[in-house]
Design a binder for this molecule. Structure first.
Ligand SMILES: C[S@@+](CC[C@H](N)C(=O)[O-])C[C@H]1O[C@@H](n2cnc3c(N)ncnc32)[C@H](O)[C@@H]1O
Length: 348
């Protein structure tokens, strides 16, 4: 036993346990509006923040102490301040780097722990809809800022010839659309086009319809409960999979159905979590986060469906390319990427 290695590891454990506990505090700060109440960057006392947010002053002081120890807020002479950069990530849902929604996804890991244990002792299956509802809203709030920042400005333009079709009036399917964040963003940007969101989780489709109505795009964004292998219509100029193909039991079947549903010159947009092809290359903070979520959410969902391929959230481009080749696509390329996403284009 190497004592210095043990000490290093204990230090890492304390850091990780502190991070996990901090995320619970982030969730509380977001839900109580504490970050929003501090978003103007003015130094505040715990009493003033408690009064502003309508909360218990003693608990707010303890929460602020935690946030200060974590480096999320600054403390000086008994006053606490949320720096502008932290406010972008934690207080402003419209900011491209807003991440507080992710804390709800993390909460679902703890809340669903017993179901995951049962799945691990059994056949590995745990369907998306079996999870605590904070996963569904958390996924929406975690992913939407990235879609707002990149989808219309970068990802669609990186696809060959897609934007002119959408400007002129195209037909788009958003498969596994969840709460429809991506569908609504595209519908807002391309009023001449028609958008069809599909998901096998009925409560998500109900929320997606509400979101489309709230944003005034209900006339051109239609949502239906359907699996990735049985949605209808066909003749789509663009079929999108946003962070969902790897969740599916039969990704090859889903890609094959997309091939059959595309217009002759149509395009598949596949957005997947960023990953390299080899496990050894994913030993980094992004890989650590995505493998954790994949263990609890993505892979058990895949194992709950027919075929149960279990791609996992870190499949990587080569594995995804093989899925599309097996389904009959002949063209497949990386259109662009972000630190969190691979943006892939598949064509006949
Ligand atoms: C991680 S969520 C992503 C949701 C949405 N695309 C987004 O980016 O916010 C994965 C989604 O895939 C859906 N899903 C999983 N398997 C499916 C299948 N076989 N057919 C249709 N939807 C499926 C789930 O219900 C869930 O809404």
């Amino acid at each position: 036993m190497d004592e210095s290695k043990l000490n290093d590891f204990m230090g890492k454990l304390v850091t990780d346990m502190g991070g996990a506990a901090l995320m619970a505090n982030v969730l509380v700060g977001a839900e109580l509006g504490l970050y929003r109440a501090m978003a103007d960057g003015t130094p505040t006392t715990s009493e003033a923040l408690a009064a502003k947010a309508g909360c218990n002053p003693r608990l707010i002081r303890e929460w602020l102490n935690n946030q200060a120890a974590a480096g999320y807020v600054e403390v000086d002479d008994g006053k606490f301040r949320l720096p502008e950069e932290q406010a972008m990530a934690l207080a402003d849902e419209d900011s491209p780097v807003y991440v507080a929604g992710g804390a709800s996804v993390l909460a679902s890991l703890f809340l669903d722990k017993d179901k995951v244990i049962a799945a691990m002792r059994g056949n590995g299956a745990l369907s998306w809809g079996e999870h605590h509802h904070c996963l569904f809203s958390g996924t929406e709030r975690f992913f939407r800022p990235g879609y707002r920042a990149h989808l219309v400005a970068e990802w669609l333009p990186a696809l060959d010839g897609v934007v002119p079709k959408l400007e002129a009036g195209g037909k788009v399917a958003d498969v596994g659309c969840g709460h429809g964040a991506s569908t609504v963003i595209m519908a807002e940007a391309f009023p001449a086009s028609r958008f069809f969101g599909f998901d096998f989780h009925a409560p998500s489709i109900a929320t997606a319809r509400t979101r489309a109505a709230e944003r005034g795009v209900g006339d051109r964004a239609n949502f239906e409960v359907a699996s990735a292998k049985d949605y209808g219509n066909g003749g789509y100029d663009l079929i999108c999979f946003f962070d969902c193909l790897h969740d599916m039991g039969d990704p090859v079947g889903a890609a094959r159905h997309a091939l059959q549903s595309l217009a002759p010159d149509g395009t598949v947009l596949l957005v997947e979590p960023f990953a390299h092809d080899r496990l050894e290359e994913n030993m980094n903070p992004v890989g650590r986060l995505f493998y954790a979520a994949s263990t609890f959410i993505c892979t058990p969902n895949s194992l709950s469906q027919e075929v149960g391929l279990g791609l996992g959230a870190q499949a990587g481009e080569a594995r995804l390319r093989a899925v599309f080749a097996e389904a009959g696509f002949s063209r497949f390329r990386r259109a662009t990427e972000t630190p969190f996403n691979l943006i892939l284009e598949a064509r006949r």
